[in-house]
Design a protein around this ligand. Sequence first.
Ligand code: RP5
Length: 163
Amino acid sequence: MTALIGIIMGSTSDWETMQHAAQTLEHLDIPHEVEVVSAHRTPDKLFKYAEDAESKGLEVIIAGAGGAAHLPGMTAAKTALPVLGVPVQSKALNGMDSLLSIVQMPAGIPVGTLAIGKAGAINAALLAAAIISNKHPQYRPALDIYRQQQTDNVTANPDPRQV
Ligand code: RP5
C-alpha cells in the first residue's frame, strides 16, 4: 500500500526515538515509510525526498533530528506538505538545542513542533494520523480506540500503589 506518512530522521542514531513514531503508525495500521535523510550529510537527498514526497503519495512528513536540527525546517522549505518536527534528545544539551532549532522557524515556513524525545515521536504519529484521517476517514476509528484505551487504562487503575 502506498505510504501516506513519511518518517525521516537525520541519523540512524535517531531511530531509538523515532521508532516510537513508526510503532504508533503500525499500531494504527496506517501505511508509512521510514528513511534516514540528513540535512547536513545528504543535502541533495533531502531536497529530492521533499520534492518527490507529494507526487509519490505522502500527505504528511514527520522529521526527527537532534543538535543543529535543520532537517524539519529544510524539508518544510522544499514541500508544501505538513511537516511535523520531533526534537531528538541530544547528549550535549538534552535536546534543548534540537527543540529550539526546530521550533524557531521564521514566519512563512511552518514546522509543527512536538515535544523532545519519545513523547514527541508518539504525538507526531498521532497528529499525522489525525491529519490524514480528514481525507481518509477509515483511519479514524483506530485513533478513537487508541484514545479510549488510554482513558480506560487510567480509570481502571486509579490507585498508583497498585500499578
Ligand atoms: C543530527 O545529528 C542527527 O539528527 C542526530 O540526532 C545527530 C547526531 O548524529 P550522529 O552523529 O549520531 O549520526 O544530524
